[in-house]
Every structure is written in structure tokens, then in C-alpha cells.
Design a protein around this ligand. Structure first.
Ligand code: FCB
Length: 514
């Protein structure tokens, strides 16, 4: 299907998405200015970003570092999972991955060459505390200290995520995230990092996509530790909420310069129909998947995600937890990849089944996800799909940014991740360049929508493309390539893709028509 056919089909099939008070709405009628995929050329050439806008790229320790057992690093739950037969596509492991542990200087040189202003990376907890508690491992701290120095020398802002899913296996053996003691251990770990690196790092996010790792790890078992119990998920999520508040205070206590925010995964939820039931279901999706960890930080209470009364007992909630969860975030960070269409599952029976969509795996059935939230969420396929099977919907970033700005008093926003997987590789006829035109198109349309949200008043100060490098894509192993830099995993050679070169020009010019 060509672009024109696609646009016609989108108009006919779905119409547009409108932001309405209290939520998002998929409307039946279409107005040309609101066709989500149609980004007029004028909006791309006219898109403007504030002066000093922080163009950046992101990675995660486990996905890029390799060196899984070097310099005193302990085993993580992802090491254990990847070393278990049948868990990862192609029997891949991240034992070597992009070998960034040894090649970080080369990677920072790429960021510098591409005029990047912010590098979002994560720290591997088992490099710092091999079994999750106790004295820090000096070699692990030294590694990140050198990395941060190199980032700063390149004139780039280091943005540090404390936890991008690689829990020390020793802590899983103590019960994992459902054990509320982990909130305290996590705060200790955060305090160690802020003490040693807080003279140079000022931007911290405790958790990457807390809903995803608690749900996929404990709710459905697609990620380590591979449990599938709704109650374990509720408990894990509650510990993470406590850990967010406790680590916030630990970081602030250890470093006066620290600002603390978040790196939540979010997908705008559009009700399937205009019925009250579907609109309420979409709001439950938003409460559970998008702001479950944000509402607790800002207000000290859980949002209304459930059709039943908030299941405090199952969560392991104790009196006083309201205060412990509070964290007055200095800015709000979230990722955007794709959207969801949500309907009420009230009447249908729960059944088995499930689906997996690239960055987010959902065990979601026609009867709804679970007896507590009772919604049915699907990723539509109206827009074109990336090679990971995610629908491209540029308008979604506008709707999300606008909603978060409105609901949380126009906070400073950082887009912590966004990107797409395409499998393009080096092309001999173009002297080994990687002509990934579809990725350029993806970012161009989405960034035009982001610029529109900014011109409507949203205070977005940074955008991080996922990812600096092709890397180990969790349970998908190396079968997906999200990088703006191609990595040949046979010899670790890096080739900046055409999208990376384009994005470098965007960062230099602070506009999209480059
Ligand atoms: C996000 C994760 C990141 C990567 C991208 C594709 O959900 O934070 O690690 O897997 O998706």
C-alpha cells in the first residue's frame, strides 16, 4: 500500500483521535486536519523546538554492556533467564551484547559526532552490589565514574536510570519485588550511586517502565523471574512504588544537585466506542498502564484502575505507605511507542490466550486482562507496522504529552524513549551505508507532533531516541533492531544508519527540515 492509499484508508476506517476532557476519544467522523498519519509537509518544515532543547539517545545496561561476569559483577535475573533454554528468541544471551562495557568511549564518540546533548543510560545494580545488598563493588563504581566523565567531556548531559530491569539474582532469591524489603535495598543502592556519582550526575530516574517489568515478570511471566500471579504483580508494583519514594529521598539526601524524575512507559488509550463503559475502561487502562506509578509519587494514592475496591490487602499495603510513596518529582519522563484501543470487558468471561507486541507483551484476552481491571486492550493495525509489529501513530505523542501536561499542572517533561525497529542493514551499493528511510519517516512525523504539543504550551525539554545502538531486545534477542547505529554482532562494528546521520543534523539545527 502506498502512502496515499494508506491515508485514504485511515480516513475511511478510523477517522481521528480527539482529546476530550477526561480522556482521549476515537471519533467516527474525520476532519482532514486531524487525520493522525497525515503530517502536512508544512508542519515538518515549520516545526520548532525551544532553544537548548535536549536531543538525546538512550540505552540500557543489560541490552548493551555485555561483560556479564566481569570485574566482580553479580548475576542478574536477566542473566539467569537468558541462560535458561527456551526463554529468548534464537537462544540469544546478552553475555557480550554490544560489548559497550569495553567500547563505551567509541559509543560516546558517536553521540558527540551526532551533536547529542543528552545520553540516557542505565546502571547495572549487580555491578554495584553483586548480590543486591552490602558494600559496593569498587570496580563497578569506577566503570560508571569513567563513563560519566567521558559523557561530560563530550559536552553531553548524563541521564542516569537506576533500574532498567536487571535485578540482582540474589534479591530474587529473597522473594524478588513482591518482597517489600526490596524498597529499602533499592534506596540503599540509589544512595550509593548518588553519593559516588551525584557530584556529576544531576538527572536521575529510579525505574524504567515499572508497569512493564512488574507485569511481565510477575503477572504473566514473559520476563524474569517468569511468575504469573496477579497478586505477585500487585505486591511487586507496590514495593516498586515504595522504592520510588524511598530512593527519591535517598538520592536527594546524598546529592544536593540531584533532580529526580521518571521513565514510565505510556500508551495513549482510545476508547473503542463512545459508550460510557468503554470510556471508563480506557481510563482504567490509563490509570493502570500509564500513571499507576505517577499518581502514587505525586499524590500518595493509587489511581482508580480497578472495577473492585483498591485491593490493598493483596498489595501488602500498610498504614503509612501513602507517605512513603510520595516523591515530588522534579520532572516527568515517559516513553511513547504506540497506542491502544480499549473496551470494557465487563460481561465477557476470562479466557486464556495472549499476545506479544514488541516493546510490550500483554496477556490480554477477549474477556479482559484480569478480574480487577476488566478492560480489553488491543494495539490497532490501522497505521503501518514496524518490523516489531508495532503500529505507527505519530498523533499519540501529541495526545499523551497534552494530557500529562494538563493533568499534572504543566510539568517539565522528558521523552525518555521513542523509536522503531526496522531490520535494514549495510547496503553494498551505497558503500555500506544503512538506508533506513522508514525510521527517518517515523521520527519526522512523530517529532512534528511533539513540536505541535510544545507550541501548544507543553514544557517538553528533551527527547531521547531509542536507541543509540542495535542491541539485545529482551525476549526477542537480536531479532529486532531499534538502533540509529547498526551493530554487526559478529565483530561489534558500528555503522551509523542514515537515520542516525539525519537525527544528528536535526540535533545540530534544532529543526526537522534538514
Ligand atoms: C522499551 C524498553 C527498552 C526497549 C524498547 C524497545 O519498552 O524500555 O528497553 O526494549 O522498549
Amino acid at each position: 500500500m502506498n502512502r496515499r492509499e494508506f491515508l485514504n484508508r485511515s480516513v475511511a476506517a478510523a477517522g481521528s483521535a480527539l482529546l476530550v476532557k477526561g480522556g482521549l476519544r476515537a471519533t467516527a467522523q474525520s476532519r482532514s486536519a486531524e487525520v493522525p498519519r497525515s503530517i502536512p509537509a508544512g508542519e515538518i518544515t515549520g516545526a520548532r523546538f525551544p532553544e537548548g532543547f535536549l536531543w538525546g539517545m538512550a540505552t540500557a545496561a543489560y541490552q548493551v554492556e555485555g561483560a556479564w561476569n566481569e570485574d566482580g559483577k553479580g548475576e542478574s535475573i536477566w542473566d539467569r533467564f537468558a541462560h535458561t533454554t527456551g526463554k529468548i528468541k534464537g537462544a540469544a544471551t546478552a553475555d557480550v551484547a554490544c560489548d559497550q562495557y569495553h567500547r563505551y568511549r567509541d559509543d560516546i564518540a558517536i553521540l558527540e559526532r551526532l551533536h547529542q546533548k543528552s545520553y540516557r543510560f542505565s546502571i547495572s545494580w549487580p555491578r554495584i552490589q553483586p548480590s543486591g545488598t552490602g558494600a559496593p563493588n569498587a570496580k563497578g563504581l569506577d566503570h560508571y565514574s569513567r563513563l560519566v566523565d567521558a559523557v561530560l567531556e563530550a559536552g553531553i548531559r548524563p541521564f542516569c536510570t537506576l533500574y532498567h530491569w536487571d535485578l540482582p539474582q540474589g534479591l530474587e532469591e529473597r522473594g524478588g519485588w513482591p518482597n517489600r524489603d526490596l524498597a529499602g535495598y533499592f534506596a540503599d543502592y540509589a544512595g550509593i550511586l548518588a553519593k559516588h556519582l551525584g557530584d556529576r550526575i544531576t538527572v536521575w530516574a529510579p525505574f524504567n517502565m515499572p508497569w512493564s517489568f512488574t507485569w511481565m515478570g510477575y503477572g504473566v511471566g514473559a520476563f524474569p523471574p517468569g511468575r504469573s500471579s496477579y497478586v505477585d504483580f500487585l505486591k511487586a508494583a507496590h514495593t516498586v512504588n515504595l522504592a520510588q519514594g524511598e530512593s527519591f529521598r535517598a538520592i536527594k539526601a546524598a546529592s544536593a544537585k540531584a533532580t529526580v524524575g521518571s521513565a514510565y512507559g505510556m500508551a495513549p488509550a482510545y476508547p473503542k466506542t463512545d459508550s460510557d463503559a468503554d470510556r471508563a475502561a480506557a481510563e482504567r487502562y490509563h490509570a493502570m498502564n500509564n500513571v499507576y506509578f505517577l499518581e502514587t509519587a505525586i499524590h500518595g494514592r493509587y489511581p482508580k484502575a480497578f472495577v473492585v475496591p483498591t485491593p490493598y490487602e493483596a498489595m501488602g499495603f500498610r498504614p503509612g505507605d501513602e507517605k512513603l510513596m510520595l516523591a515530588a518529582l522534579d520532572w516527568i519522563g515517559f516513553h511513547y511507542y504506540t497506542r491502544r484501543i480499549v473496551s470494557d470487558a465487563g460481561g465477557a468471561a476470562l479466557a486464556g490466550g495472549g499476545a506479544s507486541f514488541g516493546t510490550e507483551i500483554e496477556e490480554d484476552t477477549s474477556g479482559g486482562r484480569d478480574p480487577y481491571t476488566r478492560f480489553h486492550a488491543v494495539m490497532p493495525t490501522e497505521g503501518p507496522l514496524t518490523d516489531a509489529g508495532l503500529e505507527i501513530w505519530p498523533r499519540g505523542i501529541y495526545d499523551l504529552v497534552t494530557r500529562i501536561s494538563r493533568d499534572y499542572n504543566n510539568p517539565i517533561i522528558e521523552i525518555t524513549e521513542s523509536g522503531c525497529s526496522y531490520l535494514d542493514g549495510p547496503y553494498e551499493k551505497e558503500n555500506g551505508a544503512v538506508p533506513d528511510a522508514r525510521r527517518i519517516e517515523f521520527f519526522r512525523a512523530e517529532l512534528a507532533e511533539l513540536a505541535r504539543a510544545i507550541s501548544d504550551g507543553a514544557k517538553v525539554r528533551a527527547f531521547h531516541a531509542w536507541s543509540l545502538l542495535d542491541n539485545f531486545e529482551w525476549a526477542d534477542g537480536y531479532s529486532q533492531r531499534y538502533g540509529l547505529t547498526y551493530v554487526d554482532f559478529r565483530d561489534e562494528k558500528r555503522t551509523v544508519k542514515n537515520s542516525g546521520l539525519w537525527y544528528g543534523r536535526v540535533a545540530e539545527a534544532n529543526r526537522l527540515d534538514v
